[in-house]
Design a protein around this ligand. Sequence first.
Ligand SMILES: Nc1ncnc2c1ncn2[C@@H]1O[C@H](COP(=O)(O)OP(=O)(O)O)[C@@H](O)[C@H]1O
Ligand SMILES: O=P(O)(O)OC[C@H]1O[C@](O)(COP(=O)(O)O)[C@@H](O)[C@@H]1O
Ligand SMILES: [Mg+2]
Length: 479
Amino acid sequence: MDPIPTTPGEDNPSHLHPTTPSTPSTITPVPLPHLSDHLSNLAYYPNPLDSNPNYHPSDGFYISPHDVIQSHILHDLSAGAAAAASPAYHRAGPRRQIHFQPSEVVAAIVTCGGLCPGLNTVIRELVVGLWELYGVRRIYGVTAGYRGFYDGEAPVKLDPKMVNDWHKKGGTSLVTSRGGFDLGRIVDAIVDREFNQIYVIGGDGTMRGAVKIFNEIRRRKLHVSITGIPKTVDNDIGVIDRSFGFHTAVEMAQQAINAAHVEAESAVNGIGLVKLMGRSTGHIALYATLSSRDVDCCLIPEDPFYLYGEGGLFEFLYKCLKQNGHAVIVVAEGAGQDMIPRSPAQKVERDESGNPVFLDVGPWLKSELKSWWDRDHAGELFTVKYIDPTYMIRAVPANATDSLYCTLVAHSAIHGVMAGYTGFVSGPINGNYAYIPVQEVAEAKSVVNTKDHTWAWVRSVTSQPDFGKNSGRGSFGSV
Ligand SMILES: Nc1ncnc2c1ncn2[C@@H]1O[C@H](COP(=O)(O)OP(=O)(O)O)[C@@H](O)[C@H]1O
Ligand SMILES: O=P(O)(O)OC[C@H]1O[C@](O)(COP(=O)(O)O)[C@@H](O)[C@@H]1O
Ligand SMILES: [Mg+2]
């Protein structure tokens, strides 16, 4: 493929990079790193989609640097011009000119951190997309997370035939791991294996690692693009609307909540207690509660609760039992951690990636419930049925909605990397796919906002106490 000469105009490769829009606008795109930031004399080529029989690129097909997505689409018009000033991100999608010649691409795909429904779908779509859209033939899977770059099995050569049915399987066929982030050895391995496109699929920790790799690539002035594809079953990554796999996990959680409800309803003073994943955020618990409608109380890390006293959990539950004969509680694994007694060693325990290791809130709460009943209501029948679906909500293939997301996010990543962008993440912002600097994603965190309408909605469907308002009044004050 012949390089494109650099002539002024819309097709000038300099337009692949953020520029000042031709019409004055109050919207300034968030700058997106590009290989040309640290390398000079890059060549550009026509996009092979021009000659792909399945595509007929017409006006508007290719995304220009002037196509942006605003992060805030809700405005208070009384705030005047200031209302429109919110970060705008470059829109994801194919560019008219690409920087990588497909025959020179050596792509590496790696999955890191915990599982999430859809991981295998993203891998499949990266392989098929690189192969079919751009004609890339050298695609490798790095096994067992970041450590796989320099340790263990050699990268596996991937092709569409091999990954054909991966989307039907939960987990990651490339295998994943925590820890094992050795920056120097990872970048050395990238150089040794001549990888020039790195697709990193992972959560917040993975993105922090990707920032470091990106910075090291720039420091060494390597001709390597790196991109992050955000994966988090907890939905704890900021900037993007949500991660793939989150909706699937919420859907899976319904089975546990339904079972807890049936058990609770079928007992005298029955309590169904369900613990759901969510290390430091309660998104899964919240969405599972709202979609179920059988939940009486949703406990999340963002809304510290207490057990005894006026306005506390037990007072509320007693009311539920007297009114309805049963109650269903959903608790996120990160909730109530400050109330669970722990040894000094447990206080500082971390997993291999440095994440805090939590004590199990489920059995603790079950035991507290029993102690409360024995203490305050001895002689009355009481049952607690505890359900912990743990890995069952994430070790499954993606549902249809998440599957579509996986394809769109994988293709977005490919188009961006082929255009020479680097150090970025693809993800939906207000329903449209955007490119976001990986540094920004690594620093952003998505937590449940207990001041907004959604949390008010939870409280209105559950009628659970406003623990924040009442905090300090119970014998386990919130912290
Ligand atoms: N601050 C960090 N710097 C570099 N690497 C990190 C950092 N935090 C986590 N990692 C690495 O990213 C990978 C996944 O992190 P982890 O927290 O386990 O999962 P997730 O990415 O899903 O949040 C691990 O290999 C871990 O060592
Ligand atoms: O897979 P492990 O190491 O048992 O960790 C379980 C944790 O993984 C999570 O699914 C989150 O994982 P990530 O940080 O990889 O997104 C949490 O909900 C849960 O606490
Ligand atoms: Mg994480």
